[in-house]
Design a protein around this ligand. Structure first.
Ligand SMILES: Nc1ncnc2c1ncn2[C@@H]1O[C@H](COP(=O)(O)OP(=O)(O)O)[C@@H](O)[C@H]1O
Ligand SMILES: [Mg+2]
Length: 588
C-alpha cells in the first residue's frame, strides 16, 4: 500500500518535472487559489451552522418554556385533549418538527408531528448536519408543579430550512468556485506569461545556440527581476564564449595556414603506422592526390626492410623523445624517393604512446648530390694519392740524381754536402710515401713516419748494428702536413748530427722521442750520450746550414728550441699543430 502510494507520488513528481513552466505555474495558481476559496467557504459554512445551531437552541428553549408552563394543568388533570391543544400552539412554528408531552412515568400524553408519514430519522446529508448540530435539535424540558416533576416536554427542531439553506450555499459555493476557477485559469494563463515567457525565450535561445553553434545570438531582457538578471548573465557568458571562440578560430586558422603552407610534409600516424593527418606537402612527397593520404599506411610505400626500420624507430620513440632517419619510399606511380623523417612521439592524457608526429622532407636531390660528391671526393682522393706518389717518385729521382752527381765529385766534403741534401730530400719524400699509403690524406701518422725516417738514416749513415743503440718513443700522434714536413726535417737534421758528430768511438745511445704535452702541444726530444756540442759553438749564431735549418723550421712551426750539452747533446722542441699553418720552403 505504502509502496503504491510512493510510486504514485513519484509519478506525480515525474509528471510535474516533465511539464512546461507554463503548466506548472497554472497548476500552482489554481491549487493555491482553489484551496483558499475552499477554506473561506468552509469557514463561512461552519459559521452559518453555528449561528443556525444557536438560533434553533434558543427557539426550542423559548417554545419549550412556554409549553411547560401551559402543559402544567393538562398534566395534572391528565387531559390529553388539553395537552393536544397546547401543542397546537407550536404547530404553526415551522422550526419545530415534533413536540410531545410526557407524563412523569414517561408515558405519552399528547404529541404533534409536522410530517407524520416521513421518517423521523434525518437522511443522507441531513444526518451529517444533525450530527454536527448535536443536541441543539432536541430539547427536553421538565414540567414541575409544587416542586415536583409531573411530566416532560420533548421538542425536535426542523432541519428542512437548514437543508434548503445549505443546498443554496452549496450551489453558490459551487458556482463561485467554478467561476472563480475559470477566472483564475484565465488570469493565470495571462499573468504567468510575465514569468514563463522570458524563461521560455531564454530556453529557446539556449537551444538555438547549442544547435547552430552560433555564439553571436543574444536573449532579450524583458524584465528587471531575477530572470532579467539571469538573461543578462547568460548574454555575458555568450559574449565571453563568442570572444574565446573567435580567438580559438583565429589561432586555429593561423596554425592551419602554417601547416598547409609548410614546405615540409607534416603528418600524424597511429600505432599501426597509418596516417590520421597529413598536410598538402606530405601528399606531394608521398605522390598521393590531396586528401587521400589519411587512411593510407606507411607499409604501402615501403619494402619489407623499410617497414622494419620504421617499426624499430617507433619502438625506440616510445622511450626516446625524437628520432631522425632517412627512408626510401616508393610512390604509387613507382617513383622512388628518399625522405628524411623527424619523428616525435605523441602521448594521450594518461601518458600512453598513441602514435607519431612526423616531419617529412624530400631529400632525393640532396641524396643524389651527396652521392655525386662522395664519388667526386673518392676520385679526388685517388688523384691526391697519385700526386703524393708522383711527388715521392720525383723527390726520389732528385735524390738519385744528387747521388749520381756526387759520385763524380772527388772532394769528400762536397760529397758529404750532397749526401746531406739527398737525405733532406729523402726525408720529405718519405712524408709523401707515408701519405700515399695512409687512409687519411690530410694527416700524417708520425709514429710510422719517424720510424721509417730513422730506419732510412741508419742505412744512410751505415750505422753498425752493435754500435749505436736507438731508443725511439713516438706517441700515437697525427699531424697536418704543414707541421709534419718541418718536424721530419728537424728530426732528420738532429739525428744526422748525432750520427755524424756525437760518437767518436762509433758506440753510444740515441733517443728520439715525441710526446703530447697537452691537447695541442707536442715535444720532440733528440738526445745522444756522445761527446756533446763543441764548447765554442753558439747555436744562435752558428753559420752552419744544419742548425740554421733547424732554427728556421722551429720558428716556422711557432716552436721553442732548447739545446743542452751535458753528458751528450739534447735538443728539445716544443710546438703545436696549427691546422691553418701553411708550409713554405725555408728562407735561410
Ligand atoms: N749531436 C752532436 N754532437 C756533437 N756535436 C754536434 C752535434 N750536433 C751538432 N754538433 C756540432 O755542431 C756543428 C754544427 O752542426 P750543423 O749545423 O749541423 O753543421 P754540420 O753538421 O754540417 O757540421 C757540427 O759541426 C758539430 O760540431
Ligand atoms: Mg748537420
Amino acid at each position: 500500500m505504502l509502496k503504491a502510494c510512493m510510486l504514485e507520488e513519484q509519478d506525480r513528481v515525474r509528471y510535474l518535472k516533465k511539464s512546461s513552466i507554463r503548466r506548472k505555474l497554472i497548476w500552482i495558481i489554481v491549487i493555491t487559489s482553489g484551496g483558499a476559496l475552499l477554506l473561506a467557504t468552509t469557514a463561512l459554512a461552519i459559521y452559518e451552522l453555528g449561528v443556525f445551531r444557536s438560533d434553533i437552541a434558543e427557539d426550542l428553549a423559548s417554545a419549550g418554556d412556554m409549553l411547560a408552563r401551559s402543559a402544567q394543568v393538562a398534566l395534572e388533570l391528565n387531559d390529553p385533549r388539553a395537552a393536544r391543544q397546547i401543542l397546537n400552539m407550536v404547530s404553526s412554528d415551522k422550526r419545530i418538527s415534533k413536540a410531545s408531552i410526557y407524563r412523569a412515568d414517561g408515558s405519552l400524553l399528547a404529541s404533534f408531528e409536522r410530517n407524520p408519514h416521513g421518517s423521523n430519522e434525518p437522511a443522507g446529508s441531513l444526518r451529517v448536519i444533525s450530527s454536527l448540530l448535536g443536541n441543539a435539535l432536541i430539547k427536553r424540558i421538565p414540567v414541575t408543579a409544587r416542586g415536583k416533576t409531573i411530566g416532560e416536554i420533548y421538542l425536535e427542531g426542523d432541519l428542512t430550512n437548514l437543508l434548503i439553506r445549505i443546498r443554496s450555499y452549496l450551489v453558490i459555493i459551487g458556482g463561485v468556485a467554478l467561476i472563480s476557477h475559470l477566472l483564475v485559469i484565465l488570469a493565470s494563463s495571462r499573468l504567468q506569461r510575465v514569468i514563463s515567457e522570458p524563461i521560455i525565450k531564454l530556453a529557446n535561445v539556449a537551444s538555438e545556440v547549442t544547435n547552430r553553434k552560433d555564439y553571436s545570438l543574444r536573449a532579450s531582457r524583458m524584465t528587471d527581476d531575477e530572470i532579467g538578471d539571469l538573461v543578462l548573465a547568460f548574454n555575458q557568458m555568450l559574449a565571453e564564449i563568442q570572444s574565446r571562440d573567435e580567438a580559438l578560430r583565429e589561432s586555429e586558422e593561423r596554425y592551419r595556414t602554417l601547416v598547409e603552407h609548410q614546405q615540409e610534409g607534416l603528418g600524424v600516424v597511429d600505432l599501426s603506422e597509418c596516417f590520421v593527418f597529413a598536410n598538402p606537402a606530405a601528399h606531394e612527397i608521398f605522390g598521393v592526390p590531396q586528401g587521400e593520404l589519411v587512411g593510407k599506411c606507411l607499409s604501402e610505400f615501403l619494402d619489407e626492410n623499410g617497414f622494419e626500420l620504421v617499426k624499430a624507430q617507433t619502438r625506440l620513440r616510445s622511450t626516446v623523445k625524437r628520432t631522425t632517419y632517412d627512408l626510401e619510399i616508393t610512390r604509387p606511380d613507382g617513383e622512388r624517393r628518399v625522405i628524411l623523417i623527424t619523428a616525435s612521439p605523441r602521448f594521450d592524457k594518461e601518458g600512453n604512446f598513441t602514435g607519431t608526429f612526423g616531419v617529412f622532407r624530400d631529400i632525393t636531390v640532396w641524396k643524389h648530390a651527396e652521392e655525386r660528391l662522395k664519388r667526386s671526393l673518392e676520385e679526388k682522393e685517388v688523384l691526391l694519392r697519385e700526386i703524393h706518389h708522383r711527388v715521392k717518385n720525383n723527390l726520389q729521382i732528385i735524390s738519385s740524381l744528387l747521388y749520381l752527381q756526387s759520385r763524380s765529385i772527388a772532394d769528400g766534403k762536397a760529397v758529404e754536402i750532397f749526401k746531406e741534401s739527398q737525405n733532406r730530400i729523402r726525408s720529405m719524400a718519405l712524408i709523401h710515401e707515408t701519405l700515399y699509403r695512409s687512409d687519411d690524406l690530410a694527416h700524417i701518422d708520425l709514429s710510422e713516419y719517424i720510424h721509417n725516417l730513422i730506419k732510412f738514416l741508419i742505412t744512410s749513415y751505415n750505422v753498425s748494428s752493435g754500435g749505436i743503440t736507438f731508443k725511439v718513443d713516438i706517441a700515437d700522434v697525427s699531424l697536418s702536413m704543414d707541421t709534419a714536413v718541418p718536424c721530419g726535417l728537424i728530426i732528420n737534421e738532429l739525428v744526422s748530427n748525432s750520427l755524424k758528430h756525437a760518437f767518436n768511438t762509433g758506440k753510444g745511445r740515441l733517443w728520439v722521442k715525441l710526446h703530447r704535452v697537452d691537447d695541442n702541444q707536442f715535444e720532440i726530444v733528440v738526445k745522444d750520450d756522445g761527446i756533446g756540442l763543441p764548447s765554442e759553438l753558439d747555436i744562435d749564431t752558428s753559420p752552419t746550414l744544419g742548425l740554421r735549418l733547424v732554427k728556421t723550421l722551429v720558428k716556422q712551426i711557432d716552436g721553442r728550441l732548447e739545446a743542452t750539452s751535458c753528458c751528450g747533446t739534447e735538443f728539445r722542441i716544443l710546438f703545436s699543430d696549427k691546422a691553418a699553418r701553411r708550409w713554405v720552403p725555408c728562407k735561410l
